[in-house]
Every structure is written in C-alpha cells, then in structure tokens.
Design a binder for this molecule. Sequence first.
Ligand SMILES: Nc1ncnc2c1ncn2[C@@H]1O[C@H](COP(=O)(O)OP(=O)(O)OP(=O)(O)O)[C@@H](O)[C@H]1O
Length: 392
Amino acid sequence: MPSRDGPAVVEVADLVKRYPRSDTNAVDGLSFTVAPGEIFGLFGPNGAGKSTTVGILTTRLRATGGRVMVGGVDVGRDPAAARAQLAVVPQHNNLDRALTPRQNLVYHATYHGLPRREAESRAGELLERFGLTERADRRIEAYSGGMAQRLMIARALTHDPMVLFLDEPTNALDPQTRLLIWGQIRQLRERGVAIVLTTHAMNEATRIVDRVGIVDHGRLLTLDTPDNLVRGLAGDALLDLTLTPAPGDDPEALCAALGELDGVRKAERLASPTVPAGLRPGAGLPGGAGGGAALAALAARAGGGARPGGGGLAALAGAGLLGRGGAAGRNGGGPAGRGRLRVRLHLATDPAALLGAAVTVLTARSAALNAIDIGEPSLEDVFIELTGREPR
Ligand SMILES: Nc1ncnc2c1ncn2[C@@H]1O[C@H](COP(=O)(O)OP(=O)(O)OP(=O)(O)O)[C@@H](O)[C@H]1O
C-alpha cells in the first residue's frame, strides 16, 4: 500500500468560488490535502459548499480563486489532464441506458484513451471484481439500485484513477449493499486510491473515513480523524437527563447548574421532551443491556468509584427521584411529557461518577428525574456542535 505520508494526491489551497450574481462566496478560502490511499470525508450541512468544492476538484466548475492540484495536475490550468487522474461516482444513476453494463464500461475506458481490446479486458476484469459478470450483457433497466451503484463505481475505475470522488455512495441502498459498497471502498484504499467522500450518513461513514473535514458557509470548521474530533469536541460520554423542574424554577438556570458540575464540559437543552429510550424499565441501552440490568451496572460503578457529590443511584432513590421499580420512570412530572426538560451533559468523566453530583443539584432544586440515557458521542454530535441544530 502506498504511504499515506507520501505526497498528497489532492491539494486544495485557499479555494474560493463565487457564483455570478451572488454576493457571498459559496467556497470561501478552503484548504486541505488528501494522501494516496486515504479516505477523506467532506461533510457539511445543506448549502455548505461541498458540491461546489467537489465540482471544482473534478473540473465541472471553475474556481474564482485559489489552487487545486489533483494527481500533480493543476485542475484550473489543465482540466483534461486532471480528468485522467480522477473519477466521479455521482449520487444519481447516470449510466447510459442505451448500452449494456459491459458496453458502459468499455465506452468509458475508450473515452479515456484505452485501445478497444484493452478496454474490453479491463471491463471484464471490473465486472468480475464487482460481481456483475453474470448480468453484464443484460439491459441496465434490470439492475437494482445496488447493482447500478456497483456498476458506477466499476465504471469510475476503468481508467485507473488516483482519486475517486464519491457522492452519497450508499444513499437509498439496503444494508447488505451498503456493507458491500463500504467493503469495496476499503479495497480501493488498500490499492492506494485516494477517496473523497461526501455524505450526510456521517455515523455510517465514521467507520471508514481516515480524516474528516467539516465545512459550513464555504469554510473549513475542523479537520481531523473521527476519533480526535469526537474526543476533542463532543466529550468522552453523553448523559441525557429528562427532568421535571420544580414549579417556578427556571429551566435555563437548572441546565446551567448542571453544566457547572465538575466533569461536565457542556450542558445543552435538547428540544424534544420525549422520554429517551434509555434507562426506563425494560428499555434497551447501547450495548444491549436491559434498563434494569444497565441501571444495576451503573449503580455498581457509581458505588465503587470516587465521585463528586456522592450517592449515585442510592441517592437517587433516597431523594425520591427515581420512579417505581428502580429505574427512572414517569413519576414526578404529572402527565407524561408536560413541563419536562431534556438536558444533555457532555462529559469528560465517567457518567456514573457524575450522577451523585447531578442528584445533589436536582434535590436542591426539587426537580424530578424522569429518565436517564447514556451514550457515546458520535461524529454527528461533533457536526451538530459545530454547525448548530437549525435546519438549512
Ligand atoms: N449554480 C449556482 N448558482 C448560484 N449559487 C449556487 C449555485 N450552486 C450552489 N449555489 C450556492 O452555493 C452555496 C453552496 O452550495 P453547494 O451546493 O455547494 O452546497 P452543498 O454543501 O453541496 O449542499 P447539499 O448538501 O445541499 O448538496 C449555497 O449557498 C448554494 O445556494
């Protein structure tokens, strides 16, 4: 496998794009590099500038400023030479329906300059690799979405590109096909192909991308490995509390008080007052434990470790904060959901170690605890943290 420390195959420096008659830049000074054999995720909300960036990198659009090199070729100066180094797999099926799958590949290979005989043998090889040989000479219409996607990736590889741009590669595919596509993308990485991936399915992509750049308003907000991003920005764990504040208590002040606890990096109010599928009686938790078992495990951890405030689940019960049956239930809040508050605590500590202190705050303010949900932060949490919760 080529070294990922070797020279970059994609170099983007101070890239700017302003569309005609627009008074803002769609891409506003973007810089990043991608190494051979690296899977680079370019993520951002709708309208962030991803398609525009990829459009410039793949020569579909011209930049207003900055420089882009792909495979050592300046895409602005020599787009034709750049196209020989790259390939694009679009989100929507743009296969030629007048041709068979095999003819699609042969046509693409000859377009890129391969002699006919070589094009045919390359097409045969790729059809085999993507498990499409049996249906290679049927009509494209007979292809499922997953087969079409595999064929589009095969087509992109006919001219052996150094960089592959994939736009939402698993959108609308069933889980089996998704697995297959991710497997194929991994194999390409092993062969040294650099992959630039744009997708909104971030948590799915997290398992495969080496680095992630998150863009918004045409600017790069952050760029790092998924692990570093999650640890650095979202915290080590998330503790979601569904609460019923005492009548007259200010929810913002209650949230702020929880945010001031040792080990809490940030407290935020979540919009939905619905009871999360966490530590309710019988509810499942991440990791598959039932609510009761998970609560018991949590209690054991809380009892064993030093923690601020003390108490843990014993204190929860003693303070009358827990519902019947030991787990946080629907008590204390009147009719389910009314006046409830959901607070997410981003923790730099073990959630069990924090419970006692949280209980102390809730007891002091006569708030009821309706549900607890513990989770691991994900790249999506980082994304929301950086780009906000407002839909675009
Ligand atoms: N042809 C165009 N003319 C004018 N403005 C455009 C054009 N295409 C995109 N824009 C604007 O440029 C900005 C970036 O759009 P772009 O399509 O690159 O974002 P995106 O991150 O790919 O979004 P999405 O996830 O919705 O595909 C947006 O404000 C968009 O409205």
